[in-house]
Write a protein that binds this ligand. Structure first.
Ligand SMILES: Nc1nc2c(c(=O)[nH]1)N[C@H]1C(S)=C(S)[C@@H](COP(=O)(O)O)O[C@H]1N2
Ligand SMILES: [Mo]
Length: 258
């Protein structure tokens, strides 16, 4: 579904869900026009079904597996160790000084140490990771629910996306950090976690230590590793190439739902 269709469906959905939903979704769509409304309302029933499918679709759980399904080892892809002095210094101390900064459109922005993240409500899940390069792996992830982090910082209603800034520079000169973003549907999803364990052990550096995103309804490149900072935003215009992610800035689809 292209951006425009998606936007139309979301607007219809806002209507279908009533005033509260409309208020929330309207904030995220400030920049788009509203001409389509009369047309959609005339279409009635049929679109109402489409809206329903959309709701179920975005809330559905990704498949979970059993211990017997675990891949013998979970491979690393992309960065296997960030080429950054700041990261090396953190790693040298076993990430004891790590702080996850969470801010942007939040009423109570704050940072979280690893201990503080571990104290939040957690979830453990065995899921399959699918990379667009053509490989998959099943791993057991444990982490803080992103919803618990969002609750703690009090997300402002204007927030439309969550942006994850990583420790690894993608350019040789140390600039162009990897980053990614998801919308609020994925952000509040129960399987969306900030993982600090893989297969029962502290997350290895090759898989994103100390904390990486697991957003199970999305393809591999959305699962930001080495997350250092989280920002709640209403647009990507001010961030890097403006497309919501490192790979998106090179032309990948922003919505990588599966
Ligand atoms: N910071 C950061 N996150 C990243 C990447 C990366 O290079 N840097 N690669 C992405 C891609 S394409 C995939 S498939 C997964 C790989 O995760 P893994 O190394 O645990 O297999 O991480 C994603 N997140
Ligand atoms: Mo990937």
């Amino acid at each position: 579904m292209n951006e425009r269709t998606r936007s139309s469906r979301r607007r219809f959905l806002a209507r279908a869900l009533g005033a509260a939903g409309a208020l929330f979704l309207a904030g995220c769509e400030r920049l788009s026009e509203s001409q389509w409304f009369p047309k959609v309302l005339a279409a009635g029933e049929r679109l109402s079904e489409a809206a329903q499918t959309l709701v179920t679709g975005r809330k559905a759980m990704a498949q979970e597996f059993s211990e017997a399904d675990l891949s013998p080892s979970f491979r690393s892809n992309g960065t296997a160790e960030p080429d950054s002095e700041a990261y090396a210094a953190l790693a040298a101390k076993g990430f004891a000084d790590y702080k996850l900064e969470v801010g942007g459109l939040a009423a109570s922005p704050r940072s979280f140490s690893l201990a503080e993240l571990r104290a939040l409500e957690s979830r453990t899940q065995i899921t399959r990771h699918d990379c667009v390069e053509g490989w998959s792996a099943i791993g057991k992830w444990k982490g803080a629910k992103l919803s618990a982090v969002l609750d703690a910082v009090k997300v402002k209603p204007e927030a439309c996306y969550v942006v994850f800034y990583c420790a690894d520079p993608m350019a040789d000169d140390g600039t162009d950090l990897y980053y990614e973003s998801i919308d609020m549907d994925d952000a509040w999803h129960p399987q969306t976690i900030l993982a600090y364990e893989l297969n029962g052990e502290a997350l290895p550096i090759k898989n994103g230590a100390p904390v990486r995103l697991r957003v199970e309804r999305q393809l591999g490149y959305k699962h930001a590793k080495y997350v250092m900072k989280i920002e709640l935003v209403d647009s990507f215009a001010h961030i890097a190439g403006g497309n919501g992610g490192y790979w998106e800035d090179q032309g990948y689809q922003w919505y990588a739902g599966i």
